[in-house]
Design a protein around this ligand. Structure first.
Ligand code: ZN
Length: 348
């Protein structure tokens, strides 16, 4: 069972941190059940038990939220792969899977909508995008979600349209922006300005997710914290982005130059992966800023989520297996072994 289990999202946020594990596309791609490139969650229909299993692993590691895997299960993505006819069954299927795991674990059940890739800030696209959000939010309402996450918007205005669709459905909304190399939205709003507009428009939680790793997300979060009053969200990718390469798409790997397009994103990011302790450090730093909705996006594994949870004072079920190197044969604290293997241990 998750630890923070009473009440809805907002009550839990008032009490303390709420953890939301994400990164389903990347993790299921890594496991060999989802194709990078299209990044459409067909696995929901093809291997639903594997989606449920990953939900359970994330809850075991400390997630308080089971987010339905409807990310990129929208009309435009399905049109691109010629499978628009699967749109409704994919959404309803993903919601059903998440609902089952949330109810068996006492976690929150979240719907999910995201950037549509058709928004271009004209009236036609505004109408199209709103229609896409309405249909997905409608299925989430039918499934009985506790709240809806609207995420990875590069356009502040598209995020506002998503928010409107969620609020009109009468549900709490967590809205997050994706901030690329330039610290601004596509229309040129600063992250703090965009978050303020979202908060003023009724978003219950506002913040950032994906694209940036801990090091390059934190400075933006600080500015947002100074500007917005309510709950904030922070879900970085677990990659070592830095000032010169602030997004995971902008990372370059001089150690392996033979990459399509010269960039390791999205399938060769392994050498940039943060260790679990770095995510723990991020969790502490973000929480100290007063951010209570915390998670990890693309690239997250259960070990990252557990470390984040533990950094917030939690002991999820997976903490039973957290490292205890004192028990290690050669690196541990057993006096006899240390004496006999001292020289050997130094050569390990
Ligand atoms: Zn992501």
């Amino acid at each position: 069972m998750a630890e923070n289990t009473a009440g809805g999202l907002l009550e839990r946020l008032e009490r303390g941190p709420v953890i939301c594990a994400e990164g389903y596309l990347f993790e299921l791609e890594r496991r060999g059940y989802l194709q990078a490139g299209a990044f459409v969650p067909e696995i929901v229909l093809e291997h639903p038990h594997l989606v449920a299993q990953l939900h359970r692993e994330f809850v075991h590691a400390g997630s308080d939220v089971v987010e339905a895997f409807t990310y990129y299960a929208h009309r435009e993505k399905l049109r691109l792969i010629g499978k628009e006819q699967l749109l409704e069954s994919m959404n309803r299927g993903a919601l059903e899977i998440a609902k089952e795991v949330a109810s068996e674990t006492g976690t929150l059940f979240a719907g999910d909508i995201c950037n549509t890739n058709v928004f271009v800030a004209d009236d036609d696209s505004r109408t199209t995008v709103r229609g896409m959000f309405d249909e997905q939010v409608g299925w989430a309402v039918d499934a009985g979600v506790d709240f809806v996450i609207g995420e990875t918007f590069s356009w502040g205005e598209e995020a506002l349209i998503a928010l409107e669709a969620i609020k009109e459905a009468g549900l709490p909304a967590v809205i997050t922006l994706a901030i690329h190399q330039e610290p601004q939205t596509r229309e040129g709003w600063t992250p703090e300005d965009a978050c303020k507009r979202l908060e003023d428009a009724g978003a219950d939680v506002v913040g950032l997710n994906c694209i940036r790793g801990p090091e390059t997300m934190l400075p933006l979060l600080e500015k947002i914290r100074e500007t917005v009053e309510g709950h904030m969200a922070a879900l970085p990718v677990p990659y070592r982005t830095h000032e010169a390469e602030p997004s995971f798409q902008s990372l370059r790997d001089p150690g392996y130059a033979d990459l399509p397009d010269g960039r390791p994103f999205p399938t060769a990011l392994d050498p940039f992966t943060c260790n679990r302790y770095e995510l723990g450090d991020f969790g502490r730093a973000a929480h100290e800023l007063g951010i209570n909705y915390l998670g990890i996006c693309c690239g997250a594994g259960p070990h990252h989520i557990r470390s984040l949870a533990e950094s917030l004072g939690r002991t999820p079920p997976a903490s039973r297996y957290s490292a205890d190197m004192s028990k290690h044969a050669f690196l541990g604290t057993d006096e006899r072994v240390k004496r006999e293997y001292k020289e050997y241990a130094e050569k390990l």
